[in-house]
Design a protein around this ligand. Structure first.
Ligand code: OGA
Ligand code: NI
Length: 337
């Protein structure tokens, strides 16, 4: 599918006189009256606090509670400065602002590169493997803007550290040995950066930027647009708007973590709305367990009161992308016992 179909400057919708192609139309998805989520805020520094075990414990408990109710939280004090986050947003916005022909130089193969989301979402994206490093396909890394690769490299490196701290804290919060989850992520954990661009849309009530889905990840690290809201999370059948906290990273648990925690942590179902006034961007860093490792619920979390809820999976990412993550049946439902 042509990557330029949703180009912000030459959108097909505008050429056709504000008419949105039918395939994008979704059941009414009015976003009015959707309450704002009181997102739990977790301070990474406190999770690491060595001077005060009680502060560390308190933050770890908060993390556990956030993940067993919402499946997500806002992370602050994560080591990336606000100016670095702004720079990242800037290079992403600059890339999507390039002329369509230039962006098409990076047109995707099956997985890697630039293109329009294939599931009729109002979304242009650039997806790049960041780790393992030897799997990087640098021909898809934009040369323009010039700083793009350097920034993505740094963003990836810092994300690895965040994954490490969070996976350890998540295991500890459930009374597990601290490397329990991290060892499944492994040295060869897959980290993909997905740059999302959601052009403004003339009929936002009928069109979604991303249809409801959960991620096939252990965790996802999301850098949101600094100003434009759009992400919503579902909890107990009710949608909530995720507030923009410019200096925070939004973290959500994905299906693999729900499996490893035997269902204690919730893989948050989320979607992205569109709006008629402003384009929106985001960067999702998808952190996926090593595809060669068998991943199942931690044995300590299988008890009389909580029997094993999921089968053991291997290369869940493959299964995930073969099924339609935004379809009626969630991929995780196929591995439930
Ligand atoms: C995703 C995703 C949310 C956003 O890329 O899987 O859910 O705000 N992105 O763009
Ligand atoms: Ni997602």
């Amino acid at each position: 599918m042509a990557g330029s179909a949703l180009s912000p400057t030459k959108g097909r919708c505008r050429r056709r006189g504000d008419e949105v192609p039918e395939k994008y139309l979704y059941k009414r998805c009015d976003s009015e009256d959707v309450p704002l989520m009181e997102t739990p805020v977790i301070d990474l520094g406190l999770l690491l606090s060595s001077s005060s075990p009680s502060i560390r414990q308190e933050e770890t408990d908060k993390l556990q509670s956030a993940l067993s109710t919402w499946g997500c939280f806002q992370l602050i004090n994560h080591g990336m400065t606000s100016s670095f986050l702004d720079e990242t947003r800037e290079v992403a916005t600059q890339f999507f602002g390039l002329p369509p022909a230039e962006k098409r130089r990076y047109s995707r193969t099956e997985f890697e590169g630039y293109g329009h989301d294939e599931k009729d979402n109002w979304n242009d994206r650039l997806q790049l493997t960041v780790y393992p490093q030897h799997r990087r396909q640098l021909q898809y890394w934009p040369e323009n803007p010039q700083k793009f690769s350097e920034i993505l490299d740094k963003f990836g490196e810092m994300s690895v550290k965040i994954v490490e701290v969070l996976l350890k804290a998540m295991a500890t919060s459930l009374g597990l040995e601290e490397n329990s989850f991290l060892s499944k992520y492994g040295e060869e954990g897959l980290m993909l950066a997905r740059f999302n661009y959601y052009p403004k849309c003339p009929t936002p009530h009928q069109v979604l930027g991303l249809r409801p889905h959960s991620d096939g990840t252990a965790i996802t690290i999301l850098l949101q647009d600094k100003e434009v809201e759009g992400l919503q999370v579902k909890k107990d059948d009710q949608w909530f708007r995720v507030p923009v906290i410019p200096h925070a990273l939004f973290i959500n648990v994905g299906d693999l973590m729900e499996i490893m925690s035997n269902g204690i942590f919730k893989s948050a179902v989320h979607k992205v709305t569109t709006n008629s006034a402003k384009d929106r961007m985001s960067v999702a860093v998808l952190c996926i367990c090593d595809p060669h490792k068998e991943v199942g619920p931690a044995t300590e979390l299988i008890t009389g009161g909580r029997p094993r809820r999921y089968k053991t999976v291997k290369d869940y990412g493959k299964l995930f992308f073969l099924l339609d993550p935004t379809g009626e049946i969630r991929p995780i439902d196929t591995v439930k016992i």
